[in-house]
Each structure stands twice: as C-alpha cells, then as structure tokens.
Design a protein around this ligand. Structure first.
Ligand code: NAP
Ligand code: ZN
Ligand code: ZN
Length: 352
C-alpha cells in the first residue's frame, strides 16, 4: 500500500477537507499514476452534496484524471514509467457481458461498472473507490487511456468526462456536415459539445441562459447562439434540428427543445438533475416521430478514439486552473453557471 493525500467531502454540507488514505500496490496488470491535473465535473458536485442517492462519506471525487506513470505491473504492455496516462469515469467493469465485450463498458448489463469514485472497490472489499482529487491512483491498464504529450495537459483532463460525454452522442446520432445540431448549456460538457459538433462539420447552435457567453460560443465554434429565455428566438428554429444534446444540470421544460426538432430528430439528455424534468408532451413527440434519449459518457475504446481525434485536431478544453484549496469556491461558481469553461485542479497544490 502507498500513501495518498486527497481532498474529500465528509458530509453533504461541509467544505471539502484534506484526507489521507492508502492506495493498493499495483498488481500485475495495474498502472500507478501520479496525478498532475484533475478536472472538476458537475457530477462531483452532485455526488459530494448527496444530490444523487448513495454517496458514501468520506467521498473523494474526480474522474478527469491525467498524470505520469510511476509504476507498472509486470504484465502491463501499453504504459511505461515516466510516460503520461489518463483515467476517466470507470476503472473496471464485468468485462464479459455483451456491452462490455462491445467496448461499451458504461452500459454493462450486469450493472457491474466500478466507477472511479463512490463505487464498491473490488480490490478493497468493504471500501468505495476514491477518485482523482488525490495525489495518485492505481488502475488496471485496460481502463487507462493514452494522451498526447503535445497538448497542454491541464486542458486535456476534461476530455476524460466532459469530452467523451459529448463526443459519443454526437457520433452515435450522426452529427456531421449537412446536419443542424444544438447544444444546450455552455458549461463543461456544453463547450466540448460546441467544439466537437463544429469539428464534425455540423451547423452548430448553442442554447444558453447566459447572453454574456455568446461571443465565447462563436469563438469555440458555434454558428449561431440562441438565448433560450427569448421565446421569439426559440420559435424561429421550430422544426429545424436533427439533434439537440442537453447538458443542463437542473430540471427544465423539455418541450421547448422537442418542438425544435425536425421529423425523426432526437433530443439527447446528458445532464442528470437531482430532480426529474417535467414529462415531455407526447403530442410533440408523435407528431414528427421525434425521440427523447439519453447517453452516458463513452466506452474505453471510444474514449481513446476521442483522445486521438483531439490530438490530431489540437482540440482541448477551455480551463481555469485552480489549487485544490479553492474547490468549494469553484463549486459555488459552477452553481451560478460561472464556469469558463472547466475548472481543473493542479494537484501540486496538495503538497508533499
Ligand atoms: P456545468 O459546467 O455546471 O454546466 C451546466 C450548464 O448548464 C451551465 O453552465 C449553464 O449554461 C446551464 N444551466 C445552468 N443552470 C441552468 C438553468 N437553470 N437553466 C438552464 N440552463 C442552465 O456542468 P457540467 O459539468 O457540464 O455537467 C452538466 C450535467 O451533466 C450535470 O448534471 C452532470 O452531472 C451531468 N453529466 C452527465 C454525464 C453523462 O455521462 N451523461 C457525464 C458528465 C456529467 P448556460 O450559462 O450556457 O445556460
Ligand atoms: Zn463527469
Ligand atoms: Zn459488463
């Protein structure tokens, strides 16, 4: 076992605070990573505040992890000491069900995904996994990702969750040239959605509640920006979208978006609010065979594909790097939609 330093939440309301624990020694197929940067996802906030059922305290969040390899097990072939490695939302799964075999581990049919944090730890019975707000992590190489050393590393970290969570549905639902694609919300997930939809050649429209983000959105790749509280502006887009991906973390009226879809268009929900959205109108769905769907991160294979795509195209997240000690302030700003556009923790701030 090796000592790790982390920041953890100890209950749903107190600020995060330092926490010491031990990581397992790397086994034959494990990679030990010194964490250099970890992105701050709204899911971290939902979890530490107990907004989703099942938070086990102390809770060490963080699933946008990049760092340097410090040790590898004897059977590891894809990573070497001194090189870079990354970890996203999952550190294991059943590996045997049809979804796992298809590289879609996030949809494991045995519900046996080991999430990077707050998930029963297969290696340490009785404990939960601890995430990336920590000095180091030990992960099976099958769930480690390769990242480019040509990109700014802090800005690569958010690709591991925010990036793949938008890349995957945009690919699955065919965002490409000739398609009109909407992204709802310019936060961590949404700004990656704008970048990817633009990179895939789609006509990209950002829906935002923050008019002050319009210039940034255009710079990031949006062809149009619509302030979602402006009913006239919304109406002008009625029946015109092939795909809308909704990243908003609070309940809202989905009909405002289903009505903007053309025949066979899809509204894909990726935001996971604490409380349910009001049910969408069936009339709006059947009228043009529209669908409302959901999507969860992406599998390991597709995450690697996304990272390679980003390396080729020079795509990274827009980040504000903070020390670990400012995490609660970052959460507060996230709740005010004041993130431009992902906080990333510099782990050197944890000290020795
Ligand atoms: P975030 O950075 O806080 O961004 C959310 C954005 O939603 C805000 O920046 C804001 O954009 C918009 N928004 C906030 N309040 C709103 C309101 N009252 N009405 C309308 N829009 C509002 O959060 P994130 O990290 O991108 O995560 C977003 C959600 O996705 C969270 O629920 C998170 O848990 C979930 N998530 C899901 C997956 C998955 O696999 N499905 C993966 C990661 C995260 P504007 O200022 O532009 O309106
Ligand atoms: Zn996340
Ligand atoms: Zn499985």
């Amino acid at each position: 076992m090796t000592k790790a330093i982390a920041f953890a939440s100890f209950d749903a309301t107190s600020p995060l605070a330092p926490f010491h624990f031990e990581r397992r020694e790397p086994g034959a197929t494990d990679v030990q990573i010194e964490i250099l940067f970890c992105g701050v996802c709204h899911s971290d906030l939902h979890t530490v505040r107990g907004e989703w059922a099942g938070t086990v305290y102390p809770c060490v969040p963080g699933h946008e992890i990049v760092g340097r390899v410090t040790k590898v097990g004897r059977e590891v072939t894809g990573f070497a000491v001194g090189g870079l490695a990354a970890v996203g939302c999952m550190v294991d799964s059943c590996r045997a069900c049809p979804s796992c075999r298809a590289g879609l581990e996030q949809y494991c049919e045995r519900d046996d995904v080991t999430w990077t944090y707050n998930s029963p730890d297969k290696h340490l019975p009785g404990q939960v996994t601890y995430g990336g707000y920590s000095s180091q992590v030990v992960v099976d190489e099958r769930f480690c990702l390769r990242v480019s050393d040509q990109l700014p590393l802090a800005a690569v970290a958010p690709l591991l969750c925010a990036g793949i969570t938008l890349y995957s549905p945009l690919r699955h639902w065919g965002a490409a040239a000739g398609k009109k694609v909407g992204i709802v919300g310019l936060g961590g997930l949404g700004h990656m959605g704008v970048k990817f939809a633009h990179a895939f050649g789609a006509h990209t429209v950002l829906f935002t509640t923050s008019p002050g983000k319009a210039d940034d959105a255009r710079r990031l790749g949006a062809d149009e920006v619509v302030v979602s509280r402006d009913a006239d502006a919304m109406r002008r887009h009625a029946g015109s979208f092939d795909l809308i991906v909704d990243t908003v973390a609070v309940p809202h009226d989905l009909d405002a978006y289903t009505g903007l879809l053309r025949r066979d268009g899809a509204l894909v929900l990726v935001g996971v609010p604490e409380k349910a959205h009001p049910a969408p109108s069936v009339g709006r769905l059947i009228g043009r065979r529209r669908s409302v769907a959901g999507s969860l991160i992406g599998g390991i294979r597709e995450t690697q594909e996304m990272l390679d795509f980003c390396a080729e195209r020079g795509i990274v997240s827009e980040v504000e790097v903070i020390p670990m000690q400012r995490i609660d302030e970052a959460y507060a700003r996230m709740l005010r939609s004041d993130v431009r556009y992902r906080f990333v923790v510099d782990m050197s701030s944890l000290g020795g």
